[in-house]
Design a protein around this ligand. Structure first.
Ligand SMILES: Cc1cc2nc3c(=O)[nH]c(=O)nc-3n(C[C@H](O)[C@H](O)[C@H](O)COP(=O)(O)O)c2cc1C
Length: 493
């Protein structure tokens, strides 16, 4: 047992204690090696940091990384909340009011509706982390617009009474041709984090890709799945290959049915919305002594958690991955036909044409545009059965999914919409999002004149507009898309 008053005394760089879930920890020696930097810990030195800690650290973190003698025991005498945290700012009051007045779930008609509610009700840091893209967010918007340049060429007078949109991806049966792609830090949106997605996927027969940087521990997420529920594992490759190997072997041992190696993130993109939100949230933060009293302009949640990613990862490493796992290997983040062909020659089982939801290289092309380039080449060279091609980024309607399937994708990944559904309405929200897409799939397949996904091919789509990068005005999108902000002037003196 340790008193709250005692903890409060340990608030200097050479002597730091913090409180997490009612227990005190001595993090003095750990401070220099904290992947998120020292400043964020110093902000909570001598006080309770549970709220900041939870979204970014799986629950087993302290047991894994902090020696037992630094676990100081239960804290007595109330919560160690810092004074600045007790005053709620007016924006937060407005947000809390809107949380109370959220539209009922039955008024949510499409995936954009979730995003609209999330924009008004999510905590600022979570919203900024989820919604942000890189640089000017041109690629983020382009992902959405690209689908609007493809039109359908339907068939009429087909008996469409029975429609089947089930499919198989990497040998896993799925009730739908989409999957929940890997997105980090689920607890920024919901206290149960990624487990909300797991449970919803279980109840709807949807495949979930578990992120390396989940808020929940990997095992918690696997344990939340039904016995026969298929999951894949997304891997950020750690420069310490022993760590990577352990993760991969553990993932396979726990029944993962696919290893998605993220190959588009040797460095994380610059996500200014995320950075600015971090800056505003931390404006009251400790002054950075090493920086002439300037406030710490931290790089936002994304960079804080990603410093371990191996910048040296290259094609030659794929042989090593093959030697340590029997899981199908999929490269996530392929952006050119050249690399897609290389991936086939390296013998991987799949690729995801993806620009990471517009969060990495600005001005990378959308996955759907690359798909339209790639598939005719694969057909011509007789390579279509050598690899499964997936696509993600900007998918918001079943029509988007069906366009990708018609162009040869095995399935599509969807990221943010399920995060927003989770952050607003929890399990019921994600389940509703799945149901909306299922209803849209049924209706649109009937209207296209197809009764199963294998009937769709490039003859069902007109892609002539694809390369004219204009965009049709999209009112729903513009209402939910939050433009980048500018720097804030200091308050009047
Ligand atoms: C908040 C957020 C976190 C993400 N985290 C990861 C990650 O940890 N690993 C990864 O490979 N991709 C990550 N992605 C990229 C997604 O897997 C996917 O490529 C992207 O979200 C698809 O675009 P969409 O959000 O428009 O559907 C993330 C995307 C978002 C929005």
């Amino acid at each position: 047992m340790v008193s709250i008053q005692e903890v409060a005394k340990h608030n200097k760089k050479n002597d730091v204690w913090v409180i997490i879930h009612g227990k005190a920890y001595d993090v003095t020696e750990f401070l220099p090696s904290h992947p998120g930097g020292t400043k964020i810990i110093m902000r909570y030195a001598g006080a309770d940091c549970t709220k900041k800690f939870d979204p970014v650290h799986p629950p087993d973190t302290l047991d894994k990384y902090l020696p037992k003698d630094k676990h100081l025991g239960e804290v007595t005498g109330g919560l160690g909340i810092k004074e600045e945290e007790k005053t709620i700012d007016p924006n937060e009051l407005k947000r809390l009011d809107m949380v109370k007045r959220m539209p009922p779930l039955h008024q949510i008609y499409n995936l954009m509706d979730f995003e609209y509610v999330a924009r008004h009700t999510m905590e600022a840091n979570g919203w900024a982390y989820y919604s942000s893209g890189c640089d000017d967010e041109i690629t983020l918007r382009e992902n959405h617009y690209a689908y609007q340049r493809i039109y359908f060429i339907p068939r009429i007078l087909v008996n469409v009474t029975n429609v089947d949109f089930t499919t198989t991806m990497l040998g896993c049966k799925s009730s739908v041709p989409f999957y929940v792609t890997a997105t980090a830090l689920g607890k920024l949106g919901h206290q149960d984090g990624e487990k909300v997605l797991t449970r919803s996927c279980g109840s709807h027969g949807v495949i979930q890709m578990i992120p390396t940087l989940a808020s929940c521990s990997f095992d918690e997420i696997v344990d939340a799945a039904l016995p026969d529920q298929d999951q894949w594992f997304q891997l950020y490759v750690n420069s310490n290959r022993k760590v990577t190997e352990k993760l991969v072997r553990h993932a396979e041992a726990r029944g993962m049915k696919g290893l998605f190696i993220t190959v588009d993130a040797p460095q994380l993109g610059r996500r200014e919305k995320d950075m600015r939100s971090k800056y505003l949230a931390d404006a009251a933060e400790v002054q950075d002594e090493e920086n002439d009293g300037e406030i710490d302009r931290s790089q936002g949640a994304a960079r804080a958690i990603s410093s371990f990613i191996d910048t040296g990862l290259c094609w030659e490493d794929l042989k090593w991955f093959r030697s340590i796992t029997n899981m199908p290997i999929v490269l996530k983040g392929v952006l050119s036909t050249e690399d897609a062909l290389k991936a086939i020659s390296c013998g991987v089982q799949g690729i995801v044409l993806s620009n990471h939801g517009g969060r990495q290289l600005e001005f990378s092309r959308s996955g759907i545009e690359i798909l339209a380039d790639l598939m005719p080449i694969l057909h011509k060279r007789g390579l279509t059965d050598k690899i499964e091609v997936f696509v993600d980024g900007g998918v918001r309607r079943a029509t988007d999914i069906l366009k990708a399937i018609a162009l040869g994708a095995k399935g599509v990944g969807i990221g943010r919409p399920f995060l927003y559904a989770m952050s607003t309405y929890g399990d019921n929200g994600v389940k509703k999002a799945f149901q909306i897409l299922k209803d849209e799939l049924l209706m649109n397949m009937r209207l296209l004149g197809v009764t199963s996904l294998d009937q769709l091919n490039e003859d069902y789509v007109d892609t002539r507009g694809l390369l004219n990068r204009f965009n049709a005005g999209d009112e729903l999108f513009h209402k939910v898309y939050e433009p980048l902000d500018n720097p804030k002037f200091k308050p009047k003196l």
